[in-house]
Design a protein around this ligand. Structure first.
Ligand SMILES: [Fe+2]
Ligand SMILES: [Fe+2]
Length: 316
């Protein structure tokens, strides 16, 4: 039986409900407004795509790298939101006959993630219409959701907290400040950020609530599960980075040398590992929350497991 909401958290759930109602937006009325993507502009900012490391590419080729990575970026959110929606729907049951603000906060969270999935599907269709054929997004949302949801709730909430915190960090540190992005692509992530800000708070509240009911042994198993989940994310990134690099090499309108092709493959993988793992697990808030939940031995196990991936994200 999950623990009840702590008294001090009551107002935080209620505050999330209040903000969620105030910032609520609609896909067509607010985000797309009948507009299309501008393919003469970038999608993903340089700070995330690491495209500056590919100095041998022309301006147009760098823009294509940004658009390919930006396409995958949107698809990755659509992917993880499938399992996040289902998990939050499940957790909302814990509050069904309890704190009604917590119930409402998680119901709204679920509703927002369903809407986000639709927005990212729409964005993918718009992107596909303006780019050469041949792009593939390998992971299937339901397969990934089934695999993730088989893991312990502690680990699933840890992964989710990490994802939703890096969503906020990417927006503040890179997307918001890049004036050269396609307006529609950028605004998708402005609106996404506005609602994700509440999700990150709720992830933390739910992760702490779940943590409070665990024995040391159960938490230990949760740590092992979290490490496995991050490794599973890395396996997905390896496949998708390779697919996206090959797509770029195929459609970039000139023959790249073998060395240049290798650089493209390496930068795509490094960028994806940074975007979806490195930037999240090194985030200040994530480390703070994790530090509150795990003991020194468990923290060391997580650090050791992540070290090879984090080393691989360091720019050359
Ligand atoms: Fe979302
Ligand atoms: Fe979210």
């Amino acid at each position: 039986m999950a623990t009840a909401v702590q008294q001090g958290d009551l107002s935080r759930y209620a505050r999330c409900v209040e903000v969620s109602k105030r910032v609520r937006w609609e896909i067509d009325r607010d985000v797309f407004r009948g507009r299309d993507l501008d393919f003469s502009k970038k999608f993903l900012p340089d700070g995330l795509s690491q495209v500056r490391e590919l100095a041998f590419l022309s301006r147009e080729e760098r823009r294509l790298v940004s658009q390919i990575q930006g396409r995958t970026y949107a698809n990755m959110f659509g992917l993880v939101e499938r399992y996040i929606t289902v998990k939050m729907l499940e957790l909302s049951q814990d509050h069904a006959l309890g704190d009604q603000a917590a119930l409402e906060a998680l119901v709204r969270f679920t509703d927002e993630e369903l809407k986000h999935q639709e927005m990212f599907r729409r964005l993918e269709a718009m992107t596909a219409a303006g780019m050469p054929p041949g792009y593939t997004f390998a992971p299937e949302p339901n397969d990934v959701a089934r695999a993730v949801l088989a893991s312990s709730t502690w680990a699933v909430l840890g992964l989710t907290c990490h994802i939703e915190l890096f969503t906020l960090a990417h927006y503040i540190q890179a997307i918001e400040r890049d004036a050269d992005l396609s307006e529609v692509w950028k605004e998708v992530f402005v609106y996404h950020w506005v609602e994700e800000s509440q999700h990150a708070i709720l992830d933390e509240l739910e992760w702490r609530r779940e943590d409070a009911r665990l024995t040391t042994g159960e938490r230990d198993a949760g740590v092992a599960d979290l490490i496995e989940l991050v490794r599973a994310v890395d396996a997905i990134l390896q496949v998708q980075a390779a697919a996206d690099a090959e797509y770029f090499i195929a459609v970039c309108e000139r023959d790249l040398s073998r060395v240049e092709q290798e650089s493209v493959r390496a930068v795509f993988l490094r960028a994806y590992r940074w975007q979806y793992i490195g930037s999240g697990v090194s985030g200040e808030r994530f480390l703070e929350v994790l530090g509150d939940l795990v003991d020194a031995g468990q923290a060391a196990r997580i650090r050791a497991a992540l070290q090879p991936i984090l080393t691989a994200t360091a720019a050359r």
